[in-house]
Design a binder for this molecule. Sequence first.
Ligand SMILES: Nc1nc2c(c(=O)[nH]1)N[C@@H](CN(C=O)c1ccc(C(=O)N[C@@H](CCC(=O)O)C(=O)O)cc1)CN2
Length: 283
Amino acid sequence: MAAEVIYGKQLAEQIRQEMKEEVATLSEAGIYPKLVVVIVGEDPASLSYVRGKQRASENIGMSSELMELPEDTSQTKLLDIITRLNEDESVHGILVQLPLPEQIMEQKVIESIDPSKDVDGFHPINIGRLMTGQETFYPCTPFGIVVMLKRANISIEGKHVVIIGRSNLVGKPVGQLLLNEHATVTYCHSRTKDLKDYTKKADILIVAAGKAGMISGEDITEGTVVIDVGVNRVDGKLTGDVDFDSASQKASHITPVPKGVGPMTITMLLHNTIKAAKWIHQK
Ligand SMILES: Nc1nc2c(c(=O)[nH]1)N[C@@H](CN(C=O)c1ccc(C(=O)N[C@@H](CCC(=O)O)C(=O)O)cc1)CN2
């Protein structure tokens, strides 16, 4: 039987509508959530993501600022900018778009952001909070995946989740979030032997390896929930890590690329920024 397709795009629109109402209510109470997005360089995909973030913020009535810095910006200059944003009380969320040019150490930049404004959820303090099951800002793509599963009424507790990919952005945090939801989690990666032995045993398979079409119908069993986090461009066409046509013949649920997980990333960023604004005003 063909799988039920989970369209993150539709869900994202629904959640953004809910957030628009929340932003309006907050502004009546004198709270105006503000996000600042910083980009260094002119990578076309990154520019399109940050513009998407700014547009999405404005569409829900949230204040946002986009700082576009030249490719040759030094690390010192970027750290100075972040220090100023950390001190600016009108700013609730700070996001530095990744990847950064090679003269800048990504980890140094991530660690310079005030954890209470780290709406990406990448700061080691926020990662530590996630690991210890505390409330914090969860990284946006992993958080979006969990929200998608829940809103599609897919139960997580006791399920075997197999993750392909161990990046700090997606693989590692999504596993931790799902562990916190009482799933049994297996991580696979480029050095995993006999990958199919694992993918065949998954109730929920999350593919975040960055390799176009690496998983197909023959790698999964009937009824698997397949979440495709891949964003690959093949011959100018956007495609995921999963061969949709064959996998959707066996999966119970599947996310497409595009219009699947991607739009949830920006939605959860808006969620985290609203949360940051509420937390600051609660202090
Ligand atoms: N500081 C950060 N940098 C990066 C993050 C992040 O969460 N924080 N994630 C990715 C890029 N990203 C957001 O920044 C992102 C990727 C994809 C999408 C998306 O909506 N994809 C669409 C397709 C869009 C297209 O045509 O290219 C989809 O899948 O439907 C949104 C955000 C790396 N950097």
